[in-house]
Design a binder for this molecule. Structure first.
Ligand code: NAD
Length: 350
């Protein structure tokens, strides 16, 4: 495979995937299609923008004519699809935007790929990046596996579940060779500060309150974003057609414990008195339909493809906090304007 379309490559995870493919595979042509929504930021990939094997294409995957035009012009052999509306809270206030990008956008890519290669699938691959949230919620015990039935609870996870189903259905119906991976929560450099870890790093820097939903007992598995990018590289190259792989960090944390760990790291990094960041914790009204616990069994990708995380949570958090402290301009740019208005709407009066 030589011509690869990566969608959403200016976003958080996509930027790490683009960088990895551009630097690891100089003989591939990497095309990054991104609409540059509030979550897309070309600063995230500034370091590789002049690479000879890299082309940025600004465009919206919901624009069928644009997508069809790009596929007939560039004839991509491989697609790595990350573009999405990705924030659960935003999906609660504006669900239709999630259907439009995550479902219709994915359909446009599938249809364009099918029109180009149907009947000639040799060496072609459509790789769809998804989330563990499609499985719904767990109780205190158990893990999500690749055969756990889908039971999405938020408009975000419902839209991702729907797109997963369409990808799978195109495999069954048209023979379109796909791989799907469902990953747990990512964290790391370039993470948009509406999500828990970067939001709290930013708020601690600014001495603002740390809004913890409900009783703080929600449990998530966390994976360092660069480890996810490696997993995507491995699944893209070594994964089997028509297969799903779960990706996770083997790293479950209750939100409140994670916030306390982050507070203690930040106190040290900022030379503040121990315990001073914890005083910023404020419990806020719970998110509706909030899933209690996600936990991933990532043994299939570990055993079959030989992938596992390379850093511990403490190491990953340390790298992440250092990155945010060293990239204050990035943080200032993304927390101005639209983001500030959104943040005030979400978290004031609570
Ligand atoms: P993100 O919100 O940081 O980035 C999304 C990117 O997609 C942005 O660059 C944005 O400009 C682009 N985009 C949005 N709508 C578009 C459209 N209509 N056309 C073209 N580009 C568009 O998201 P992320 O956190 O990097 O997530 C990337 C993918 O990984 C998503 O599919 C998400 O569901 C999945 N995922 C995320 C996590 C996580 O923890 N962040 C975990 C598992 C899976």
């Amino acid at each position: 495979m030589k011509k690869i379309l990566i969608t959403g490559g200016a976003g958080f995870i996509g930027s790490h995937v683009v960088r990895r493919f551009v630097t690891q595979y100089p003989d591939y042509e990497i095309y990054n299609l991104d609409a540059l929504t509030y979550a897309g930021n070309l600063e995230n990939i500034k370091d590789i923008q002049d690479s000879t094997n890299y082309t940025f294409l600004k465009g919206d995957i919901t624009d069928k004519a644009l997508v069809d035009g790009l596929f007939s012009e560039y004839r991509f052999d491989g697609v790595i699809h990350l573009a999405a509306e990705s924030h659960v809270d935003r999906s609660i206030t504006n669900p239709l935007a999630f259907v439009t990008t995550n479902v219709i956008g994915t359909m446009n890519l599938l249809n364009a790929f099918k029109s180009l290669w149907a009947g000639n699938w040799e060496g072609k691959r459509f790789y769809h990046i998804s989330t563990d949230e499609v499985y719904g919620t767990l109780g205190a015990e158990g893990l999500f596996t690749e055969t756990t039935p889908y039971a999405p609870n938020s408009p975000y996870s419902a839209s991702k579940a729907s797109s997963d189903h369409f990808v799978r259905a195109y495999g069954e119906t048209y023979g379109l060779p796909y791989v799907i991976t469902n990953c747990s929560n990512n964290y790391g450099p370039n993470h948009f500060p509406e999500k828990l870890i970067p939001l709290f790093i930013n708020n601690i820097i600014e001495n603002k309150s740390l809004p913890v939903y409900g009783n703080g007992k929600y449990t998530r598995d966390w994976l360092f974003v660069k480890d996810h990018a490696v997993a995507i590289d491995i699944a893209f190259h070594k994964g089997k057609d028509f297969e799903t792989y779960n990706i996770g960090g083997f790293n479950e944390w209750q939100n409140i414990d994670l916030v306390k760990l982050l507070c203690s790291i930040m106190d040290k990094k900022l030379n503040r008195e121990s315990g001073s960041s914890e005083k910023l914790i404020t419990y806020v009204t719970d998110r509706p339909g909030h899933d209690l616990r996600y936990a991933i069994d990532a043994s299939k990708i570990k055993n079959e493809l030989g992938w596992e995380p390379s850093v511990t949570f403490e190491q990953g958090l340390d790298i992440t906090v250092d990155w945010f402290l060293q990239n204050e301009d990035w943080l200032k740019n993304v927390t101005s304007g639209d983001y500030t208005r959104y943040y005030e709407m979400q978290y004031t009066d609570k």
